[in-house]
Design a protein around this ligand. Structure first.
Ligand SMILES: [Fe+2]
Length: 287
């Protein structure tokens, strides 16, 4: 598809915030060109340092959250989804890299939710044989927050975090608070109570072309930001070819469209949630 193709957006996507730039990349006085939904965007800052986004011949809504600049082609809510923990003063918040991938945004979110691929794709880091079984976990739609939440997820990981000193049974909680964003809370090697945060914010450049932005908010005063970034980019680099080989590139919302192994419980719930919201971008709607 052409990257300037004009598409009609469904209201759920049109009126949501979408990540469009790494905040640190937009220096005062500079203007960067970006792309969202096949449309060009100009991203800059005003004299006070606030983000300014222009597209489609007008000034679009803009805000800066979690290390990124967000915009919307429609009428977005006042604020972005909350990220509890992010503002704790002893956390290390690191923008861990942005990777261009030839896939739809929902496929990237679905892959992020899938624990089954850890031993095979992230061998020696997030999984390893013979620990290949995805144990029973719970998944539901939180009706108040309007998000998909998966809890009680656990997986044996040889190197769960950049600061890990060995293998550990790692607990996960997943949130999908936005059709194209997913957040993972996982056991911290340095804190018995609080969890590390790994976020995937997907910028839909086109229906089958994205920039996957990642961010980590971790409790770790030993690792450097460069080490955190390298760890995360290694993992995401392993996902890129897997994502680019997915066919169809758009996510089929019909639960019968793919085998139950690929479309596991959280994926089925995510697809159902997208269907209930009327999301049509980057998906093949259910008949
Ligand atoms: Fe992965």
């Amino acid at each position: 598809m052409s990257s300037t193709e004009k598409v009609e957006l469904d209201p759920a996507i049109r009126d949501a915030w979408h990540v469009c730039a790494v905040a640190a990349d937009i220096a005062p006085g500079a203007t960067a060109m970006h792309c969202l939904f096949g449309q060009r965007l100009e991203v800059a800052r005003d004299a006070a340092g606030r983000p300014v986004v222009r597209g489609d011949g007008r000034v679009l809504p803009a805000l800066e959250r979690y290390g990124f600049i967000w915009t919307s082609p429609g009428t977005p809510p006042e604020d972005l989804f909350p990220l509890p923990g992010y503002d704790e003063p002893d956390r290390k918040n690191v923008v861990t890299g942005s990777v261009g991938i030839r896939v739809s945004a929902p496929r990237a979110v679905e892959n992020f939710l899938d624990m089954g691929h850890f031993p095979f794709v992230h061998t020696g880091i997030l999984g390893e044989e013979p620990h290949t079984e995805v144990k029973e976990y719970a998944v539901a739609i939180d009706p108040v927050a309007d998000e998909v939440v998966a809890t009680e997820c656990q997986f044996y990981q040889p190197r769960a975090a950049v600061g890990s000193s060995g293998g550990a049974k790692t607990e996960y909680v997943y949130r999908v608070p936005h059709p194209f964003c997913a957040i993972l809370y996982k056991t911290s090697p340095f804190d018995a109570v609080r969890m590390d945060i790994v976020a995937l914010f997907v910028q839909p450049v086109g229906e089958e072309e994205i920039i996957g932005h990642t961010m980590m908010s971790i409790i770790d005063d030993r690792s450097t930001a460069t080490e955190v970034r390298h760890f995360q980019l290694t993992i995401f680099g392993q996902d890129k070819p897997i994502l680019e080989n997915q066919r169809p590139r758009k996510l089929p919302l019909d639960p019968r469209a793919e085998t139950p192994i690929r479309a596991d419980k959280s994926s089925i719930m995510y697809r159902r949630w997208l269907t209930s919201k009327g999301v049509a971008y980057g998906v093949i709607p259910a008949p």
